[in-house]
Design a protein around this ligand. Structure first.
Ligand code: AMP
Length: 602
């Protein structure tokens, strides 16, 4: 099999690696850097720039330089995540016809997949140059909380870049592979990933080379850029105090400050004190103005203590969601450039009560792990089974607007589940399969992933047809749903492309809502249950009434018809008490019919 590259397609930076000669190595890009900014710029003269070269010209060309496209991948424009991006992104974000978020530059629309593809192509080219051979196969990583649409979209980005994406694996799982975790018998690890724009904490179990994500938490808007922003605020204030000038609306000065802030932050990871110097930052009538300031590590740490503390809060939540105590964690792995900051390492060590493992460069761990997974697939490395879990339950809408779960939250993938359903109406010619994801009992409260119809069901009374529904999640976490009429063998299936993205924040919100609305949901479930019972009773009463009407007196008939009418109305009402009363009365009528039917035999 050909060489398989491993790619970490990051929000801020991306990295490519290959397994060669018994180890995984990072492939430098054409400029010699080991990571490549995930940025794509379009110049007025029609050139497309990718990576560091795009980053360098961002100051002068902010509206046509796209960064952090990963935040939009597989998401709708209306999703809170994209709405939030829209507030700050200097480039134009707009919806495609299907509502998916994308960007518009020089009047041309680009999907986040296309932007991702430009970055991926750059990494593929670097790999081809380095290996002096064509590269087609790749393993790409995604955050553990990425839903089906986001995984599909990432695969599509790979395809657009001319790559054959063999696997999409979770970033923390890749990191664990990079750190050589899994060779030991078993254990529980925490992967703390603080990058440029996002923070993730994952708790994973491993046993005999099998990894399983127990819990993931984080914040999709917390990372190194927030630290840089705090520093920029400090510089702005200082400069304003000294010169009386406000540079907030000067994009070039702002970008120079951002660059200087990031550089100073990085330097302060290895030295205690640094000088920020920005000559000719601006000018007024009195002449040019320069910025010069000494910054200490202590000052920086004081500025961002609360940000670091908030990552630790997420760690606390993740550990408790995993149902373990911190002392059960056997290793803590650091991923993401920001984990080089000593204050971050200290906070992590404090919380977990152990020194984090720093044996792999945190910028490169994910790509290295992806390359190892590539080598496993190509047979260069012995098999390590990778198991990830479904972040939210999956199921279908069933009668009464309920969600019936087929795959429970936290089920390990790959997995498959089959259940047989039936029709809810007589002579129902088709069934509507509505695929849902979420934790609430009512379908409307969950995320709709897809709908499809299975047609051509032969005429039959309700409850007779047998429709087999199969949910299958492959090793990439991608869901296929099929429905088969066991009578006619007719079958329909979909590979689910979610209609909306679920961010980690979404997932947390959904879980919190499920808890919050527990009582209200219980009433709704009771209501739906009563409705189902009363509709069933109306149906059977009508049928037996048709068969035994001749044996009933006019008074009995009148009473039963009235009870039926009251029951029909009650079935449409959202009133538990009303339905219960109607049900009781109708049950009496139903018993009366049964009595009459058997009267002659007693
Ligand atoms: P990543 O998204 O993993 O590439 O991480 C990028 C973030 O890490 C950016 O915010 C960088 O400024 C930050 N970073 C990289 N190197 C260092 C360092 N030595 N010290 C502190 N932050 C760093």
């Amino acid at each position: 099999m050909d060489k398989v590259i491993g790619i970490d397609l990051g929000t801020t930076n991306s990295c490519v690696a290959i397994y060669e000669g018994g180890t995984a190595q990072v492939i430098p890009n054409t400029e010699g850097s080991r990571t490549t900014p995930s940025m794509v710029a379009f110049t007025p003269d029609g050139q497309r720039l990718v990576g560091s070269i795009a980053k360098r010209q961002a100051v002068a060309n902010p509206q046509s330089t796209v960064f952090a496209a990963k935040r939009m991948i597989g998401r709708k424009l209306k999703s809170p995540e994209v709405q939030r991006m829209q507030l700050t992104a200097p480039y134009k974000i707009a919806a495609a016809d299907n509502g998916d978020a994308g960007v518009v530059v020089h009047g041309r629309r680009y999907s986040p997949q296309e932007i991702g593809a430009f970055v991926l192509r750059q990494l593929r080219d670097a790999a081809q140059e380095y290996l002096e051979q064509n590269v087609a196969d790749a393993v790409i990583t995604v955050p553990a909380y990425f839903d089906d649409a986001q995984r599909q979209a990432t695969r599509d980005a790979g395809r657009l870049a001319g790559l054959n994406v063999l696997r999409v694996i979770n970033e923390p799982t890749a990191a664990a592979l990079a750190y050589g975790i899994g060779a030991e018998a078993s254990g529980t690890i925490a992967v703390y990933d603080l990058g440029g724009g996002t923070f993730d904490i994952s708790i994973m179990d491993f046993s005999q080379g099998v990894f399983q994500v127990k819990a993931t938490h984080g914040d999709t808007f917390l990372g190194g850029e927030d630290v840089d922003a705090r520093l920029v605020d400090l510089l702005m204030d200082d400069f304003g105090r000294e010169t009386g000038l406000d540079l907030h609306n000067d994009p070039v000065a702002l970008q120079r400050m951002r660059d200087a802030a990031e550089r100073a932050k990085m330097e302060l990871s290895s030295i205690e004190e640094t000088e920020i110097s920005l000559p000719f930052l601006t000018a007024d009538t009195s002449g040019p103005k320069h910025l010069r300031r000494v910054l200490t590590r202590n000052e920086l740490e004081g500025l961002v203590q609360d940000l670091i503390e908030s990552t630790i809060e997420h760690c606390r939540d993740a550990v408790s969601a995993a149902g373990i105590g911190v002392e059960q964690i056997t290793d803590v792995l650091l991923v993401g450039g920001m984990t080089k900051m000593p204050a971050v390492q200290r906070a992590v060590a404090n919380f977990f009560g152990r020194q984090p493992n720093r044996s792999v460069n945190p910028d490169e761990a994910v790509a290295v792990g992806a390359a190892i997974q590539g080598a496993i697939l190509s047979g260069d490395v012995g098999e390590v089974v990778l198991l990830d879990v479904v972040p939210l339950s999956l199921g279908i809408e069933t009668s009464g607007g309920m969600m019936t779960k087929l795959i429970q939250r936290n089920a390990t993938v790959p997995c498959s589940l089959t259940e047989v359903f039936t029709t809810s109406d007589d002579y129902q010619p088709l069934v509507n399969i509505h695929v849902l994801q979420g934790e609430r009992p009512l379908a409307v409260d969950n995320t709709s992933l897809a709908r499809f119809e299975l047609v051509g069901i032969p005429p039959a009374l309700r409850g007779v047809p047998k429709i087999e529904v199969v949910f299958n999640i492959d090793a990439n976490g991608i869901l296929s749903v099929s429905a088969r009429d066991l009578g006619t063998k007719r079958e329909q299936q979909v590979r689910v492309r979610a209609t909306s993205g679920l961010t980690e924040a979404n997932i947390e919100r959904i879980l919190a809502e499920a808890e919050q609305f527990q009582d209200a949901d219980r009433v709704n479930v009771e209501l739906q249950e009563l409705r189902r019972r009363i509709q069933g009773l109306i149906y059977t009463t009508e049928r037996s009434l048709a068969e035994s009407a001749n044996y009933l007196t006019e008074t009995e008939l009148g009473q039963i018809r009235m009870d039926l009418e009251v029951a029909r109305r009650a079935a449409d009402a959202a009133d538990v008490q009303l339905i219960q009363n109607a049900l009781r009365e109708l049950e009496k009528s139903a018993f009366r019919i049964t009595e009459v039917m058997y009267r002659d035999f007693t």
